[in-house]
Design a protein around this ligand. Structure first.
Ligand code: SAH
Ligand code: SF4
Ligand code: F3S
Length: 487
């Protein structure tokens, strides 16, 4: 609906409105004038490239940026090299995420030498760190615009400032907010997939797990109102979406801070009622807040996918305490096994960190024990990365590097073994898959996703994309299936 606001009828010679989102539509109209000037001078529209470097939250933010860019007249480029305007939407959850950004900046500097009018912008979680901003100001003066996670809605206004100040060389426009309680809705969004969409149900995190930087860069937890979420999903469904992924750092605590508190399970019940919506996913679930009511809603539901991402982080109660996770090994195992019993066809996936300060060989054994007991369907394993400003950054006694590496390799092997076992259980059965894309390596095949998140490849063509298809799971190839349609 808002994608259709006609920017050309906005009077850009009047004062900007103060109310959001109208103020940003005003600046979009102004930016469109710059885009038209570009077209007149160059005989073509300018091209933009947005690189998403983080999690699903970041991916959704990138869709918002692209929605605005398309509205003001940009075309999207295939890669940075072809773009007149590049945005790096950064992540800072582990140090290697930061290193990737500096690597990309080196490349962009090279492009900019050949293309001096190129605009370069950085946004996302890494920009919420003061030390990063100082480094960028000092050593990366070719960047034109920096903004953070809390004011992403202000992108049109900031971009207009870049255009207005661009004649002044080396002017870096920087706007970072420390935190916000503001949720600005109803700006344009351009979805990556026409048939599925992420949707923010909440922002920020209040958990302060001691290793994690997310609460510092994404701010305090705030939930969107249920009626706004429902309205957005209904709009998406009208637009052809059949699967939604409800996004939050800890969806299980959704709604607690609303004026009229609503539980996540209640929200799911409402989403379930939306006609035409076929599949519901969500992430991430913190084990400490997963309610019996949620298990019940999942069990009853015909739309909630048979997949739960339930981050473990460590199997050692002592390490979990140090991590401030607020559950014990026994509580986690009890919860996971209860969910498996209640919903037998569910896939449980997890995140695990190896090498947290003070982690001993015995602690790692506890983690391996949980993996063997719960038999995860998949697990993302990470080596602990020190994040400045988090409580764990000043904890001592980190195990020697080779011990961490050895522990990590053992964990990875075990996780792969349980995942293979779990996934292969369905060999020979018929399950429903949402067909997502043409297979990258074989154009006569398509790739679909089962309710439990397993990937299946089957013969088919583009006409199947976005459709739910009954698939015979003929051959398990480790982490995915080869199958054929029986619809
Ligand atoms: N909100 C989600 C996770 C967001 S970050 C949750 O609570 O589950 C995604 C994953 O990155 C985390 O689950 C954790 O396993 C990992 N992670 C976060 N900080 C990390 C750090 N400092 N070092 C290594 N891994 C980390
Ligand atoms: Fe980080 Fe913990 Fe919040 Fe997840 S729940 S984002 S791991 S602080
Ligand atoms: Fe996501 Fe990375 Fe930010 S994991 S919330 S993009 S720090």
């Amino acid at each position: 609906m808002y994608n259709e606001i006609d920017l050309d009828i906005i009077d850009i010679n009047s004062e900007p409105p103060t109310e959001e989102p109208f103020r940003q539509y005003y600046f979009m109209a102004k930016c469109r004038r710059w885009v038209k000037d570009f077209e007149q001078k160059n005989g073509r529209l300018p091209k933009s490239f947005v690189l998403n470097m983080g999690c699903q939250m970041n991916a959704r933010d990138s869709e918002k940026l692209i929605g605005i860019l398309i509205n003001i007249g940009y075309e999207m480029a295939e890669n940075e090299g072809q773009a007149d305007f590049v945005i790096l939407n950064t992540c800072t959850v582990r140090d290697n995420a930061n290193q990737k950004v500096y690597g990309r900046l080196g490349e962009l500097n090279g492009y900019k030498r050949h293309h001096p009018n190129m605009i370069i912008a950085l946004c996302g979680c890494m920009m919420q760190e003061q030390a990063v901003i100082e480094k960028l100001q000092k050593s990366y003066s070719f960047i034109n615009l920096i903004f953070g996670t809390h004011n992403i809605f202000k992108f049109p206004e900031l971009l207009n400032t870049v255009y207005e100040t661009k004649s002044a060389r080396n002017q870096m426009v920087i706007d970072i907010w420390k935190d916000t309680d503001k949720i600005v809705e109803e700006l344009p969004i351009e979805r990556k997939y026409p048939f599925k969409s992420g949707i923010n149900i909440m922002f920020g995190c209040n958990n302060f797990c001691s290793y994690c930087i997310v609460p510092y860069v994404r701010g305090r937890e705030r939930s969107r109102k249920p009626e706004e979420i429902i309205q957005e999903i209904k709009g998406l469904v009208e637009d052809g979406v059949v699967e939604v992924m409800l996004l939050g750092q800890n969806v299980n605590s959704y709604g607690k801070t609303l004026d009229k508190p609503v539980s996540f399970a209640e929200l799911l019940r409402e989403v379930e009622k939306i006609q035409g919506l076929k599949r519901i996913r969500f992430m991430t679930s913190h084990p400490k807040d997963l309610s019996d009511e949620l298990i019940e809603v999942m069990k009853q539901s015909h739309k909630i996918c048979r997949h739960l991402h339930l981050p473990l982080q460590s199997g050692s109660t002592q390490i979990l305490t140090q991590m401030n996770r607020r559950y014990t090994k026994e509580q986690y195992v009890e919860l996971a096994l209860r969910i498996r019993k209640e919903i037998p066809d569910i896939a449980i996936t997890t995140d695990i960190i190896v090498g947290f300060p003070g982690e001993s060989r015995e602690d790692l054994e506890e983690t391996l024990d949980v993996v063997r007991t719960v038999k995860f369907d998949n697990a993302f394993t990470f080596i602990y990365s020190k994040r400045t400003g988090t409580p764990a950054a000043v904890m001592e006694n980190q195990a020697p590097e080779d011990q961490i590496k050895e522990g990590f390799d053992r964990l990875l092997r075990l996780v792969q073994e349980t995942a293979r076992q779990q996934i292969s259980k369905y060999q020979g059965s018929i399950m429903e898959a949402l067909i997502e894309e043409i297979n990258e390596n074989d154009q006569t095949m398509v790739t679909g996703r089962l309710s439990n998140n397993t990937i299946v490849h089957l013969p088919g063509d583009a006409s199947l994309i976005g459709k739910l298809v009954q698939v015979s799971l003929d051959e398990c190839k480790g982490f995915y299936y080869l199958g054929h349609s029986v619809s």
